[in-house]
Design a binder for this molecule. Structure first.
Ligand code: AMP
Ligand code: MG
Length: 401
């Protein structure tokens, strides 16, 4: 049986490279950037006024002048005027500094009457004050964003300020999420006492959607060999990635591995030394489709999706790898089986600024309701069975960051 690390490596080795494509600025948030974004112009592109007020020549102020005839008014977006000696120009935040001016006096310090701006008694100005000098943030051509970054709303501002209406990103793969099980009934349909609500499919779609994997249809299949054969064959024809849940254990109706083999999907591994999620199956289809078959138990399915599927999709999308995250255990944990334990946790911080992981007990691997108060799970090494409070362990968060 593979260890969790071996399973991850085997998946990454089998993943294709999703090609680059072009998207619009408005659609770019959440996608993986595939090009360098450089500054179109100096930032700011001109000496930018930072306050509403008057602009003047500092030497006039230093020479003792406090009353300045108002030569003109210049708003943001106006061409910079040329300031005459001994005078001032009324200016607005965001305006280009008038030529010859080198000092801004805020409007609160100035009284204007009969075309004369008088500066408050005792006000001390400095040369260059309230001016954001041209190129002081960065120069034209500066590298602002690097390929591999997931585009955030803040990055959208950078791309827009670079004057780009389109940007190169990784193509979103076509994903099919397939829930198997006769007992499953989707929300909105009448349900009998012996049946189970189908929850993995929508949860997996949501987890993927949050990370920009939005081309993600869902299908529900019965534990029936013919139906599984026919529908999975169709999904293999139309998708880059299949994510199945259920039907991979040792039960009489667990047909998924058999059907996948019949359809030419080569098994890379079946079973990983972990809890939850031990029966997980992974393979590669005839056209290099990747097939994740996750156990049906909701906690197992969600942990396996977060731990294996998401990092694999990110790697195939050329996302820059993220540094591992650690947390200190808030309490002792004992875990006897010779398996890696994925323990759901809630995060709290202490007054020393440490992030602590509080284990949250799930009743069974089907107890998904308990997960709602958790922020993620910690990964507890297979080689040990006692983890004292304070031990630093790998933390994996549910939410995209
Ligand atoms: P299986 O892996 O098919 O043996 O399923 C294990 C358990 O998870 C069973 O109790 C199933 O009813 C439950 N289960 C399987 N798939 C889902 C699903 N999509 N949503 C909710 N529960 C599921
Ligand atoms: Mg089942």
């Amino acid at each position: 049986m593979l260890t969790t690390g071996e399973a991850r490596d085997a998946i990454l080795a089998a993943m294709p490279d999703f090609p680059a494509t072009t998207t619009t600025l408005g659609e770019s948030s959440g996608r993986i950037l595939r090009e360098v974004i450089r500054a179109e112009r100096d930032q700011p592109p001109f000496d930018r006024v930072m306050m509403d007020g008057i602009a003047l020549h500092y030497a006039d102020f230093a020479g003792g002048r406090r009353d300045f005839p108002v030569q003109a008014m210049q708003a943001a977006g106006d061409t910079a005027l040329a300031l005459k000696p001994g005078q001032c120009i009324e200016i607005m935040t965001g305006a280009a500094m008038p030529q010859n001016a080198d000092c801004v006096i805020p409007v609160e310090r100035v009284a204007i009457a009969d075309g004369i701006a008088s500066i408050e008694d005792g006000y001390d100005a400095k040369s260059g004050q309230f001016v954001h000098p041209r190129a002081s943030d960065h120069e034209a051509g500066a590298r602002l964003l690097t390929p591999g970054k997931r585009i955030s709303p803040l990055d959208v501002a950078i791309i827009a300020s670079s004057g780009m209406t389109e940007v190169e990103v990784s193509r979103v793969p076509a994903i099919r999420v397939i829930s198997t099980g006769n007992e499953l009934v989707p929300a909105g349909e009448p349900i009998e006492p012996h049946q189970i609500r189908l929850s993995n499919g929508p949860a997996i779609q949501a987890m993927l959607g949050e990370r920009g994997y939005t081309d993600c249809d869902h299908d529900h299949l019965a534990d029936d060999l013919d139906e599984l054969r026919e529908r999975i064959a169709d999904h293999l024809d139309h998708a880059d990635v299949l994510i199945l849940s259920g039907g991979v254990s040792m039960g009489k109706a667990d047909f998924v591995p058999t059907v996948l083999a019949e359809l030419g999907v080569d098994v890379v591994f079946h079973k990983v030394s972990q809890r939850p999620g031990k029966p997980m199956w992974f393979g590669v289809g005839p056209d290099r489709q990747v097939v994740f078959a996750l156990p049906g138990n909701p906690v197992s399915a969600l942990v396996c999706c977060r731990h294996y599927v998401i990092p694999a999709l990110d790697a195939a999308s050329a996302a820059a790898p993220r540094p591992p995250e650690f947390a200190a255990l808030a309490g002792d944990i004992r875990f006897e089986p010779d398996l890696t334990c994925f323990q759901p946790v809630r995060l709290v911080s202490n007054s020393a600024g440490q992030v602590l992981a509080m284990p949250v007990k799930t009743n069974t691997s089907g107890d998904f309701a308990a997960l709602s108060v958790t922020d993620g799970y910690v990964e507890l090494d297979k080689e040990k069975n006692h983890f004292p409070a304070g031990t630093a362990v790998f933390l994996h968060r549910w939410q995209a960051s």
